[in-house]
Design a protein around this ligand. Sequence first.
Ligand code: TRH
Length: 376
Amino acid sequence: MDAHFPSPTPLRWDVYCHVIDNWGDVGVTWRLCRQLAVAGHPVRLWIDDASALDWMAPGARQGHWPGVTVHPWPRTDPMARPPAGLPSADVLLETFGCQIDDAWVAARLPPQADDGRPTLWLNLEYLSAEPWVERSHGLPSPVLHGPLAGRTKWFFFPGFTPATGGLLREDDLLARQTAFDPSAWRRAHGPHDGPWVSVFCYEPAALPTLVRQPALHGARWLVAQGRSADAWRSLVPAVPAGARVDVAPLVPQDAFDERLWACDLNLVRGEDSLVRALWAGRAWLWQLYPQDDDAHHAKLEALLAWADAPASWAAWMRTLNGVPSAPPPALTSAVLAEWSALAQHLRQRLLAQTDLLTRLLAFVQRQRHAGAFASP
Ligand code: TRH
């Protein structure tokens, strides 16, 4: 269906990010901005706290990434207005329902672009494998009152199936992976016999149990700086016999990818690192962002169903996420090999689909051609 639309001419994008906590908001948003720019679309990223970009995308704030400029977004100031003189946007995208002030939207997004086509207002939503995502993806939300009455916001949902918005995947990902040498990476990071495990998690109570599993005896543990390393210190007071534990510094997104490509098991969390673990194709476990109402339990079950999860993996995923379940089986080398095969299989399934940016650009083209939203 995407092929029915011509290659998009460059469109000016305004992308908004409200950093709530952790790094997923900025991580996903930056990845999208970067890919838009590589595809030839100039992007202005409006963000209320850009500090994490200093290690995630060094130079971003200084304008060193062609096609992307980073702007402070005074989100909480109702009187704030965009600086005068900036060309208005063709597409305004807010991430994760970050709620831009109406007057600000009106100032940045005229109903029509310079080419006479309608402009577009989108909300990029959180990632979930739950079935309702397919029903909600691409739905309009018309504004009935206020200064934006008559405009429409469209909902774009990432997802794991062709009927959703897909997953972010760079065009050069496969080439980078092919050129990557895991053995050389390990040598450069201090040789170690035994499995390598990357740990990027919240505070999973099952972490000490995982650390003691037979397949991970003598492992090299690379524990991400910050919340993950703090969790390790409080939950795993003693280094397991034969193991080596290092706090892994915060590195740019591409270097984080390489860490995942080099390890035998990746513990990931939240949203963006889950997607990176999927592309890595190494065995992985996922700790979801914990929600007070346990909504993450349903999200986990949906992912397990999508993955057609083998029993051992499902049991460990539930245990790691505090879902009441029977104790997981021992994680032996054979089990780890089974998870690794599963990871390869899931990666292949997803590679057979188009990526999020392709679907997003096609969606924008469709809406602009159809003029499918009313002007005020
Ligand atoms: O940081 P997170 O826990 O973010 C979370 C989730 O996105 C969650 O869905 C959201 O609701 C919550 O924030 C507010 O996990 P996530 O999504 O994996 O984001 C981490 C980002 O940090 C990702 O882009 C990878 C990046 N990263 C690096 O670039 N280098 C590093 O060294 C590390 C450890 C991470």
